[in-house]
Design a protein around this ligand. Structure first.
Ligand SMILES: Cc1cc2nc3c(=O)[nH]c(=O)nc-3n(C[C@H](O)[C@H](O)[C@H](O)COP(=O)(O)OP(=O)(O)OC[C@H]3O[C@@H](n4cnc5c(N)ncnc54)[C@H](O)[C@@H]3O)c2cc1C
Length: 426
């Protein structure tokens, strides 16, 4: 089904015309919502320029196209558990939150989740979305298989065990290698967590804090060198932290990372035990995540460089603070995926939730990147960054291999976008 420009029918009215943040209005000439894989294959085969949109939670134009924009949300949804292999195969367009609920009822969990459950699996994996935890990889590192519609409309299945290195080059695919219809993920037995928030951490204790629980996020505002909040998601049967844990004080009421936003939007805190999928994300499904009126940027450096990277940013704290809603510090374990910001590097990740003002934010993003440059930062593929393409290429050992893979799988540039052409010139 094709609907041109404004004349959307009800079937395609729910294909987003702009991203969640509203800073990108998709330039597509037509919007599509196929209801079967065969319909999607015909659409791709007959299109000269096409992209998929997931839940639209990215902040840049990697996913924008002047051709056809297609949501896969109309394809049949499935959550198929393979008990023997400890894996689940899900429809790419499904939201993590919906997958998680269904998995949990069957006694399974995903090892980690992002801060919000609202994002689609295929869209999140394509940009190497991550949560936090020194021993947990990003969400793409849990992918064991992909099914995608390639440029000629064929259905291609790639598998971690059978396709080795090629597979490692395809998982974080930036939506440019094909449209992902199904994703196979590793699962673990379901587990319970408790979430505690501690206030006012000394920066000296950051490394210990980040390693102190299953998943830890630290929030700060760059107005003082001290770190405002530590959100610890700890395994439920571990004892609660002592009242003066690492010199902090325990929060006595639920918090929201963005000051002034309602804590009701957040997953339960104060040590109340609950299932993994209702504690790992900060935000509840069905509620607005974060502020809703914002831009985001994020940089991955080596975990061993954490203290030095923060010290380097101190020099531009006076620029950061006025345009910042909140800054989050996390960790992610290394993986082998070619375009993963965590490629062969245990990472410390500095995230900025900015005010919704592109003109005011971009110069600060440039200043942050300049200060972080000695630490070889890899920006989040789904957020705002201004890194020079030639420079970015030097930060990924397999960048050229990915560029070659792009040309091999999409010789006519069907899945290319202007931003992709900038970063991976033909
Ligand atoms: C409030 C908020 C909180 C966030 N928190 C985190 C966080 O905790 N950690 C983190 O790492 N990131 C976070 N992000 C960023 C977000 O997770 C990523 O931008 C992610 O890519 C969004 O997934 P999506 O489904 O919305 O993808 P989209 O934004 O819709 O698409 C992303 C890319 O994937 C491609 N794509 C989408 N679907 C498919 C498909 N089926 N086949 C092929 N390509 C496809 C698109 O073309 C595009 O290039 C956050 C974003 C917001 C708005």
């Amino acid at each position: 089904m094709i609907v041109q420009g404004q004349n959307a029918t009800s079937a395609t009215a729910d294909v987003p015309r702009r991203n969640w943040a509203g800073n990108v209005r998709y330039a597509a000439r037509a919007f599509h919502r196929p209801t079967s894989t065969d319909e999607l294959r015909r659409l791709v085969a007959g299109s000269t320029r096409i992209r998929a949109v997931g839940s639209g939670h990215s902040f840049n134009r990697f996913g924008d196209t002047d051709g056809d924009l297609v949501t896969l949300a109309g394809l049949p949804q499935a959550v198929d558990v393979d008990h023997e292999r400890g894996q689940v195969t899900v429809s790419g367009a499904m939201r993590y939150g919906d997958v998680a609920r269904q998995l949990h009822t069957q006694g399974y969990a995903l090892a980690n989740l992002a801060s919000l459950p609202h994002i689609s699996v295929a869209g999140a994996v394509a940009t190497a979305t991550h949560g936090s935890g020194q021993t947990h990889g990003n969400l793409a590192s849990a992918v064991a298989g992909l099914e995608l519609v390639t440029a000629d409309g064929d259905l291609l299945r790639v598998d971690r065990d059978a396709d080795g290195d090629t597979f490692a080059g395809m998982v974080v695919g930036l939506g440019a290698l094909g449209l992902v219809t199904r994703v196979t993920l590793d699962v673990v037995p379901a587990f319970e967590l408790r979430q505690y928030v501690s206030l006012d951490l000394d920066r000296e204790a950051l490394d210990e804090a980040l390693g102190s629980a299953y998943s830890v996020s630290v929030f700060t505002d760059w107005r003082t060198p001290r770190l405002r909040e530590v959100w610890r998601k700890q395994v439920a049967d571990q004892p609660p932290p002592p009242a003066d844990w690492l010199g902090t004080t325990a929060a006595d009421a639920p918090r929201h990372p963005v000051l002034g936003m309602p804590p009701e939007n957040c997953t339960p805190q104060l040590g109340e035990p609950g299932p993994w999928h209702e504690r790992l994300p900060h935000f509840k499904l069905g509620f607005t995540p974060s502020s809703g009126d914002e831009l985001q940027s994020e940089y991955h450096v080596a975990r061993t460089a954490a203290a030095d990277a923060l010290a380097a940013l101190d020099d531009v704290a006076h620029l950061i603070a006025p345009v910042l809603l909140v800054c989050e510090l996390r960790t992610v374990a290394a993986d082998e995926l070619w375009l993963s910001p965590n490629h062969q590097r245990d990472s410390f990740v500095v995230h900025f939730t900015w005010i919704d003002d592109t003109a005011a934010v971009l110069p600060v993003v440039a200043a942050v990147e300049e200060r972080l440059a000695p630490f070889v930062p890899r920006p989040h593929w789904g957020k705002v960054f201004v890194t020079d393409p030639a420079e970015l290429a030097t930060r990924y050992p397999r960048y050229a291999d990915f560029a070659a893979q792009l040309t091999h799988l999409d010789p006519t540039g069907k899945f290319r976008t202007d931003l992709l052409d900038r970063y991976f010139p033909r």
